[in-house]
Each structure stands twice: as C-alpha cells, then as structure tokens.
Design a protein around this ligand. Sequence first.
Ligand code: CU
Length: 289
Amino acid sequence: MSTDTRQLFSRGASLMALALPLILSAGLALAQVEGQPAPGGVGLPATVTDVGHDTQFFYNGILLPVITFIAISVLGLLLYVSWRFNENSNPVPSKLTHHTGLEIVWTLVPILILVFISVPSFRLLTKQVEIPEAKVTIKVTGNQWYWSYKYPEDQGGGFGFDQLMKADADLEPGDVRLLSVDNEAVVPVNEVVKLQITAADVIHSFVIPAFSIRMDAVPGRLNETWFRAEKEGVYYGQCSKICGKDHAFMPSAIRVVSREKYEEWLAEAKKKYAAAETPVKLAASEAVR
Ligand SMILES: [Cu+2]
C-alpha cells in the first residue's frame, strides 16, 4: 500500500471516530422531546405508547446493531482485500473461481440474519394490527388539505369538526409553526383509542410519530389503527402521502388529557361544533341554488 493510500485510510478512520459520538448524541438529544420534531434531531422521535416503545427497541436495539455490524464487517473485508490482494503484495493471482463452502456460507448467513430479525418483527406487527377493545373510537377523514374528525354519538359525541393548520399570523405562545391547528382532537390518557381512517378525495396518510402509528387514508376504504397514550400532552403529525399542492400544510394534532377533562371537552365540543355546523350547511346549499 502506498503512503498516500495509508494516509487516506487513517484520515477516514479518524473522521469516523469523530462523527460516531456526534451522531449518537444527536439521537439522544431528540429523545428529550415528545410529540414534535427537535431541531437537528436524528433517529426515531420519543414515543408515549407501548407499541412505540417496542418499535424503538426493535429499531435501536436490533436493526441498528445488525446493520452496523454488517456495514463494519463489509468495510473491513473491503479494506483487507484491497491491502492483501493488490498487485504489490499478491503479484501472482490465484486462478480459483468457485468455492462451495464459501458460497454456502454467504447464502446461509444472510438467511439466518433475516430469520433472526423476523421473529421480533412479526411480534411487533401483530401488536400493531390486533386492536384491543377500544373505549374511544374516532373516525378520521383526510381531505385536500386538512383532516376532519368524527366522534360517534354512542360515546357521548355525535359531532365532527375540521382541523386546519394555523397560519403564521395566528400563532400564539406555545404553538408550533406548521404543526399547530385550530381544532385539536382530544382523547383520554391510558385508554385504548381506535382510529378509523379514510379519505374524501385522494390518498392521504395519517401519522403520529409519538404513538408510532402510520396508516394510509384511502377513499372508499376504512382502515383501522389504535393507540394508548401513557402521557398527557399534545402530539403532532403530518400527512405522509404526497396528496397535492398543500400536502406539506396538513398537520394533525391530538391532545391527550385525563378522563375528567376529556368528558368536559366532550360536553363543550358538542355545543361548539353543533353550533358551527349549521351555517356551513346553509352556505353550501345556497351555493347549489
Ligand atoms: Cu394529505
């Protein structure tokens, strides 16, 4: 190996050694924030559901170590081969073209890695797909470009509302630009909430990273997902399917509160949205005439 190449390798190695702790600390810094993205954040956002914790463990505890091990092994192998078999150190190359043992190994090892990953993966998938008995069901509909929510009557609801992003001029202290909305959806803490998700026009995707939920909203189809939030707070998400001009401006916001506060909100919301619905309907019918 020439001196130049050697210098290049050692410089690359020291760069990696410097970058690794930076990358790791950025991931850890993000873990402090819940419900919304953090500046300069890397890695999965903090979660407040059981499924979310399992997803985090699956990603950080299984996938990341496996892929790091593979990447470092392959890099090591490449460096070794370029050092051991270059023209200077190996002037007479071998004529070998096949090695049965080696081929069996490089077929079997990836299969075993995939089988190892599949066990926790299917366990997590089952947890996400099997919806426990829910106390609260909410229907969420994607529209160009906002979400609307319906709370069914048999749960003390019987109203619906649209949720639109707050314009920059309307932001109040504590609001988050591009994520805060005019009408937050409210759910009780520590209770299973089932979401029935559909769309009215084109395909959208309902995502709340802190709950670890991501579900396509497809016109004419009712998809279901669920969550049980462990902590009160406001949790934001953004539409995750490119759905047109204002795709980037249709956030979703869910506020998690205690059961008592949820009941209070239900009572208020019933009056508020029942009153708000009438003029909208009148305006629409007038427009038709
Ligand atoms: Cu959308």
